[in-house]
Structure formats: structure tokens, C-alpha cells
Design a protein around this ligand. Structure first.
Ligand SMILES: Cc1ncc(COP(=O)(O)O)c(C=O)c1O
Length: 382
């Protein structure tokens, strides 16, 4: 069978949302702090409205292929023309459609490293060449905008992905830097705003006549707490969106997703819905800052001051403040396992061979419990 595979798929490193095979994602008793999801349930008013509207919809027919009602609702929410909005099964599907529309086999796609891995994966699946540009000193996570621009020019990138706040670091890219990329590169420029609500950034006003090649990606999975529904969208110039519209699969959003997201958008424009969303976002931002400070107080932990709904950190040896321990079998290699044994799922990743951990915000109680657990684990490790 392997010899039947497309060569692009044969050699590539897949995304593994479940992480390692032992992470017990299906185990309901574990607290999920590994996928940047929201800890809050969907408001009942939204579910009631969506279920009612699904009951009134004939399910023997395909859904509206253009998701007209939903795009109209997003447009009304953002005060943005619905013709310039495309919706999909999470922003994942939007990344896929965007790459299929603008990148061909052999073409280059550039982003910063580390970042969200689906940019690389969808590029490699269609036979494109992906370049992740590391920070200039190779040590910290600072996004190397000049390096990224130089690389994009060198390889004539068809698309440049800018993730701000960036996953997995939470670091942001400034307006000036985005403008510099727009001015100095030739291909599509994509700003992934999946975590926008947890920062003060908003690039909506950048979409206009002067940047027809700019695309924004947004999702309902993070601040809006609807990861299970799978809804995301992109915003761009009328011309760019019309091309992607032709490439997206027909009927891509099922009836349930279209109805639920429309009901949700209606709800968050009511006084109650607006207040609840604001309160939840404010709470996550506050909790994130508390987690950052809590990790800072553990002298072996070196957290990154991020602006997402998560904090990433690495562990330094108490004996040697300059070198993170990287050898396997010692404490930090198994921190995710240790926390799993205590009932928490967190994400582990590597950057320049160094292991890092990323903790997504839970409820205030869950966050407090994980910090206490970390304090105990580190005090025992001495
Ligand atoms: C930066 C970034 N973009 C996009 C996504 C995909 O989100 P979704 O497909 O749920 O909209 C994620 C998910 O973690 C992400 O971190």
C-alpha cells in the first residue's frame, strides 16, 4: 500500500492532535489544558435556538453551499461585507483552501518558527516547500520579521503566514511589522488571528484596496468556546475570496454548524451575550497572567510572556541557569506525564531540541490546582 501513496504524503510528518498515544484524550476525568480550548460551556440560549432551528430545517437536503445566513451574521457582527467572507470547518479548512488556491506543487510558503503546524502540513500535502524562519539569535522565540522577509524574497514565496498572537508562544507581531511584510513581499500574506481576542490586536482595518493580497483567519474554537462545532472563517479582498470560493468543497459546512454558529452570533450581540463573552475573555486574560506569574515564581521555570489563552515555558536546571536540560529521562522530559498522573493534560513541544510545555487556560479553579501541582512537583525535585 505504501507504494500507492502520493510522494508528498509518503515523507511528511503528520499533525497529531492526540499528541502521544498515551495521553488518554478520551478520558473524561482528565482536565484538558493541551489544545487551547475554552473551559466554558456553550450558553444554553444558543443551544436552544440552534436545536429549534435545526428541527425546522429539512435534513434530507444538502445544506446551503454558500452558508449565506452564517456569512451574513458574521458580516453584521464585524460590520464587514459578507462577499468578502468565506467560512469553513474550523480555520484549518480555510488554511487548506487558501493553500490549494494560491500555492502549486514546488511553490514556497514561509512562516516563522515555531508556529501552528498546519501551515506546513497543508503546504507539504500539495507538494509545496515550506520554510519556517527561526528567531535571529536561535535562543528565544522572538519573531524574526526581517529574516522571514528575506526568506520570502529568496524563495519567491506564494504565501507568508503570520500568526499573532503566535501559537505556541503567544508572542505578537506588530502592525508596523505586518505592514513591512505587506510592502516587501510578493505573495499572499495571511494573518492568523485565532487568539486575537486574548490580545489587543485587530487587523480587520488592514483589509482594503491597498492590500488585495491580505487574508485574515479567524475561528470560533478559542475565545468563542465552540471547538467541537468546527467553525472558522477568512476575510479578504473580493477578488481573493472569490477564487477561494471556487476551490472550497461544496456544502462544506453542515446544517448543524451553520445553524449553531448563526444562533451564537445572534446571542453575542444581545446585551447578555456581549456581557458573558467579555467576562469570559477578561477572565482568561487575567488567569493567563496569573499562570505566567505563578510559573515565574518557580525558579526552574522560564515562561514566555504570551498574549494567547495559554502560556509556554521551559525548564532550567537549578544548578545551571544557562542550559536547559535536554537529556531524556530527567524530570522535565516527563513533566507532561507527571501532570497527566495528577489529572492534567498539557502539551509538550520541542524548539531547537529543547523541550517546552504549553498550558492552556482552564477555569480559575483548574488553573490554581495546576500551579499548586507544579509547585509541589518542583519542590520535590530538589
Ligand atoms: C494559530 C491557529 N490557527 C488555527 C487553528 C485551527 O483552529 P480551528 O480549525 O479550530 O478553527 C489553531 C488551533 O489550534 C491555531 O492554534
Amino acid at each position: 500500500m505504501k507504494n500507492f501513496l502520493s510522494p508528498n504524503v509518503n515523507n511528511f510528518q503528520p499533525y497529531n492532535p492526540k499528541g502521544d498515544p498515551n495521553n488518554h484524550l478520551g478520558d473524561e476525568s482528565l482536565i484538558r489544558m493541551n489544545a487551547n480550548e475554552s473551559p466554558y460551556p456553550v450558553p444554553k440560549a444558543v443551544l436552544d435556538k440552534a436545536f429549534k432551528s435545526i428541527q425546522d430545517t429539512p435534513l434530507n437536503f444538502y445544506p446551503d453551499t454558500d452558508s449565506t445566513e452564517l456569512r451574513r451574521a458574521i458580516g453584521a457582527y464585524l460590520h464587514f461585507p459578507m462577499e468578502q467572507i468565506l467560512v469553513g470547518n474550523g480555520s484549518d479548512e480555510m488554511i487548506d483552501v487558501l493553500i490549494k488556491t494560491f500555492v502549486a506543487a514546488g511553490d514556497a510558503v514561509v512562516s516563522h518558527d515555531p508556529t501552528f503546524s498546519m501551515y506546513r502540513i497543508f503546504t507539504e500535502i500539495i507538494g509545496g516547500k515550506y520554510y519556517g524562519v527561526a528567531s535571529s539569535n536561535g535562543e528565544d522565540f522572538a519573531i524574526n520579521i526581517q529574516g522571514l522577509i528575506d526568506k520570502a524574497k529568496e524563495v519567491r514565496a506564494k504565501a507568508v503566514f503570520l500568526c499573532t498572537p503566535n501559537n505556541p508562544t503567544g508572542l505578537t507581531i506588530s502592525k508596523e511589522e505586518v505592514l513591512q511584510v505587506l510592502e516587501e513581499t510578493q505573495g499572499m500574506v495571511v494573518i492568523d488571528e485565532a487568539y486575537r481576542e486574548f490580545s489587543d490586536q485587530n487587523f480587520l482595518s488592514f483589509i482594503g484596496k491597498s492590500h488585495p493580497n491580505l487574508i485574515l483567519l479567524r475561528t470560533f474554537s478559542k475565545a468563542h468556546g465552540l471547538a467541537g462545532v468546527r467553525g472558522g472563517y477568512l476575510l479578504g479582498s473580493p477578488e481573493a475570496v472569490s477564487y477561494m470560493q471556487q476551490v472550497k468543497p461544496p456544502y462544506n459546512l453542515n446544517v448543524f454548524t451553520q445553524k449553531l454558529l448563526s444562533a451564537y452570533l445572534e446571542y453575542i450581540q444581545t446585551a447578555e451575550g456581549r456581557a458573558l463573552t467579555r467576562k469570559r475573555i477578561r477572565e482568561i486574560r487575567r488567569e493567563r497572567n496569573l499562570l505566567y506569574c505563578g510559573l515565574k515564581r518557580i525558579k526552574e521555570c522560564e515562561p514566555v510572556p504570551g498574549s494567547g489563552n495559554f502560556i509556554s515555558f521551559r525548564i532550567r536546571s537549578p544548578q545551571d541557569k544557562t542550559n536547559p536540560r535536554t537529556d531524556s529521562g530527567v524530570f522535565e522530559e516527563s513533566l507532561d506525564e507527571k501532570l497527566r498522573n495528577k489529572g492534567f493534560l498539557i502539551k509538550k513541544f520541542r524548539y531547537q531540541q529543547t523541550p517546552y510545555y504549553r498550558i492552556s487556560m482552564g477555569t480559575p479553579e483548574e488553573n490554581q490546582r495546576i500551579i499548586q501541582e507544579l509547585q509541589t512537583l518542583f519542590s520535590r525535585s530538589k
